[in-house]
Design a binder for this molecule. Structure first.
Ligand code: FAD
Length: 382
């Protein structure tokens, strides 16, 4: 952004992504919205290939793998315009998080993994949550014990989206159980190593995340797969989550926007008591209020990305965007359901699926309470 608004180049990019999304993502998007995790997973590679061909999975990866550097606002534009048409296309957002983690590994490991990940021939999962440790991410019990040139990892990640289908997972472990958050390290774990078992988790929404559990039973992982230094894993989780939080807010707001557009169209057609329901202020004001909130939350997301581009701190703003974006989206989609009435309550209707999805995003990447904790700590100077 230059000043208050998008630059000409960013506006041109938006038009380009919009055209791409209408041509390549719109066909079948509504059908994909009704699919279960594995069926959806089978359907997505075709879409991913189109995104790979656009070069969007290579954005901001190191130049030696063909990476092209772009600003964070432009990334947000690509993500938003794609998610507006198909919210299940998470490819662009996910690859940024993967790239940041993979870049902490030795070059030989990067050489092995970057090319297939960019082409979406291999998949990555990110797991820091355990049965007894979610918000309190430093209290994990999964441990990694050094044994010569290897570490032996034992524990369980629950939930860990994508693990069922992932070729590799970045997971948090304790390398020093006595050191609190300074004892947390991250590992890049190829999922075909002996000792790993995975199972599917039945979630009420977000089938594209392929919700899973992964158990690590004395898995021998070469030390070269440690991400960065021992004891620095907690900071890596935080910085990865910062990016994912904005993406999560965008993906929810795109669902809210689509629902509002459907509710507007419906309200102009649906007749009750002799006139379109859009003529009743009880309906039209509701739409106006939600549209305003969604727009405000969207601008909050872009502000975070703009701060990132300026090299300014943005952690608290990330939490604002995440908490507010998800909250506003839930309320908007819920009211759109009421405006459309019982047809939108059908499990076949995209609005009911969107509501199930956004409710989950309250927890994904940190609960509302955790976001408020971060915001209040900044405001109160803690
Ligand atoms: C859609 C979705 C996607 C996800 N994606 C991932 C992923 O990619 N990788 C991954 O590892 N995990 C993922 N998760 C798990 C997610 O990170 C956790 O659900 C989240 O961190 C919260 O942990 P928890 O569910 O164990 O709740 P807990 O941490 O047990 O919290 C329970 C309740 O207590 C509240 N609470 C806890 N501590 C405090 C406090 N100090 N002050 C006030 N309230 C507090 C919480 O806000 C919450 O309401 C995902 C979950 C969902 C639903």
């Amino acid at each position: 952004m230059g000043g208050f608004g998008f630059t000409e180049a960013q506006e041109m990019l938006r038009q380009e992504v919009r055209r791409f999304a209408q041509k390549e993502l719109a066909p079948g998007a509504l059908e994909r919205c009704k699919m279960g995790p594995m069926e959806l997973y089978e359907a997505l590679p075709e879409i991913d290939k189109k995104i790979v061909d656009m070069g969007w999975t290579a954005l901001n990866v190191p130049a030696r793998y063909g990476g092209q550097q772009v600003d964070a606002v432009s990334l947000g534009i690509i993500f938003e315009e794609s998610a507006k048409v198909d919210p299940y296309v998470e490819t662009v957002g996910a690859m940024q998080a993967t790239s940041t983690l993979l870049e902490t590994l030795p070059e030989e490991v990067q050489d092995e993994w970057f090319p297939p990940l960019i082409k979406r021939e291999r998949r990555h999962a990110f797991g820091f949550t355990e049965a007894a440790a979610g918000s309190d991410a430093a209290s994990i019990v999964t441990k990694a014990v050094r044994d010569g040139d290897n570490y032996i990892i034992s524990g369980e990640k629950f939930p860990i989206p994508f693990a069922m289908v992932a070729d590799v997972a970045s997971i948090s472990v304790k390398t020093d159980p006595t050191a609190g958050f300074k004892g947390v390290s991250m590992f890049w774990v190829p999922m075909n190593l002996p000792g790993i078992t995975r199972s599917h988790l039945p979630w009420m929404g977000n089938p594209n995340l392929v919700p899973s559990i992964a158990v690590f039973d004395e898995v021998r992982v070469p030390a070269k797969y440690r991400e960065g230094e021992e004891g620095k894993g907690f900071y890596m989780i935080l910085s990865t989550l910062d990016w994912l939080r904005v993406i999560t807010a965008f993906t929810c707001l795109c669902r809210a926007q689509a629902s509002l557009e459907e509710a507007i169209a419906w309200s102009q057609e649906r007749i009750a008591f002799g006139q379109p329901i859009s003529r009743y202020q009880g309906v039209s004001f509701l739409i106006a209020e939600h549209y305003t909130r969604v727009e405000a939350a969207r601008l909050l997301c872009y502000r975070v990305l703009w701060l990132k581009d300026q090299g300014l701190p943005y952690m608290a703003e990330c939490s604002m965007a995440k908490w507010y974006g998800v909250e506003v989206s839930i309320q908007a989609i819920k009211d759109c359901m009421v405006i459309i009435g019982h047809p939108a309550y059908s499990t076949e209707h995209p609005i009911s699926q969107r509501l199930r999805d956004v409710v989950g995003f309250q927890m994904g990447d940190g609960t509302p309470q955790m976001q408020k904790l971060i915001i209040s700590r900044m405001l109160l100077g803690k």
